[in-house]
Design a protein around this ligand. Structure first.
Ligand SMILES: [Fe+2]
Length: 362
């Protein structure tokens, strides 16, 4: 039996990389079905969403800024007219206020630690038992074709220069595997986890809402640039499946940057006024501006052992750290659904009322 046949999961991916063997690719043509066969009820539910994004794309820039100001898809101001105002600063402040409502549904004995998470923009814990994961990973790699999930082999500076040796593959988990993962997590997480997750996402949610993908990256990619994902709070997670040191592309985060509406909006407005259309609204900090930000905020570089689980609000500045290793970096990337400010407000309001009602009854 050769070495490849006797290993599964993370070790197998490392071996495939070391021996330069292509990952399995799934022939989706085998599953050719007619359009009618492919359409399921859940797909019909996508129609309103599709209409929403189509309308957004078709609108002139100024109307986008007016009608989609609090929507999660409107990452940065579209028009220069609004980029010259405090429009982005105000909506970041509104989002921070609405997101902080999630803290009002936290039991007293957790309030201080969850507030710390909200202010810092991240939370970390360690999972001790990942023994069931390798089988899931093996199956996901063998049955799914990967996507790049936004990690591109060039920097988003408009120069479009290819980064040599850059590799990134993201394998989405099926509903069934997400449920399995949630079960694994449930056994290892402490009771306050959902409060930390909600504080970072900006709305009341639980670990059951998390969806996963397996991320295999090698070398540099567009996520190496320090950036914010959007103006409004978003929770993303990174579960390390290997020991990650400073050469192994650790997740990096500028602590407290989410709440700095003045700085973030100034940098975003500058990008819009300088015609930065390459970052798709996820504006970047480069050169002198990056140096200033590194002085202003503490850089958290999350190195650690297999099992380290970092959650972050990626509306704050973050990046993939440098990769200078012969092994690819293999992690489970995860997150909850992104919500606009109005949805967050309604969800948090209901959570607050429920929380108050339960408290009064006790
Ligand atoms: Fe990002």
């Amino acid at each position: 039996m050769n070495k490849l046949d006797s290993t599964i999961g993370v070790k197998k991916i490392e071996l495939l990389f070391a021996e330069n063997i292509d990952f399995p690719s799934i022939d989706i043509s085998q599953e050719k079905k007619s359009l009618i066969e492919k359409i399921r009820i859940k797909h019909l539910l996508w129609i309103p969403r599709l209409l929403f994004t189509r309308t957004y794309r078709a609108l002139p820039k100024i109307l986008k800024d007016i009608f989609f100001s609090l929507s999660i898809i409107h990452k940065s101001p579209a028009s220069k007219m609004f980029a010259r105002t405090r429009y982005d600063e105000f909506r970041i402040l509104i989002d921070a206020k609405v997101s902080s409502m999630s803290l009002k549904a936290v039991p007293d004995h957790y309030v201080d630690v969850v507030k710390d998470t909200f202010n810092a923009g991240f939370y970390k814990t360690n999972l001790s038992d990942l023994s069931e994961l390798d089988e899931i990973i093996e199956d996901v790699v063998n049955t799914t074709n990967p996507s790049h999930a936004g990690a591109r082999p060039y920097f988003k500076d408009g120069k479009n220069e290819k980064i040599e040796g850059s590799y990134s593959a993201y394998y989405s988990f099926s509903k069934e595997y997400n449920q399995k993962m949630n079960k694994i997590l449930q056994s290892d997480l402490t009771n306050d986890f959902n409060y930390h997750l909600s504080a970072l996402a900006g709305y009341k949610c639980t670990f059951d809402d998390i969806i996963y993908s397996l991320s295999v990256v090698y070398g540099a990619n567009s996520n190496d640039e320090m950036h914010q994902d959007t103006f409004s709070s978003v929770a993303k997670g990174f579960l390390y499946l290997q020991d990650i040191d400073s050469n192994n592309a650790p997740f990096e985060y500028l602590e407290g940057s989410y709440a700095d509406a003045k700085f973030r909006s100034k940098e975003t407005n500058r990008a819009v006024l300088e015609n930065d259309s390459h970052s798709s609204g996820s504006t970047r900090l480069r050169g002198q501006k990056l140096q200033e930000a590194l002085k202003k905020y503490k850089l958290q570089s999350f190195t650690g052992s297999k099992g380290l689980f970092v959650l972050a609000n990626t509306a704050g500045y973050h990046r993939k750290g440098i990769h200078n290793s012969s092994k690819p970096r293999i992690i489970l990337a995860c997150g909850v659904k992104r919500k606009g400010v109005i949805s967050k407000f309604l969800i948090n309001l209901v959570a607050m009322v429920k929380f108050k009602f339960i408290q009064e009854r006790n």
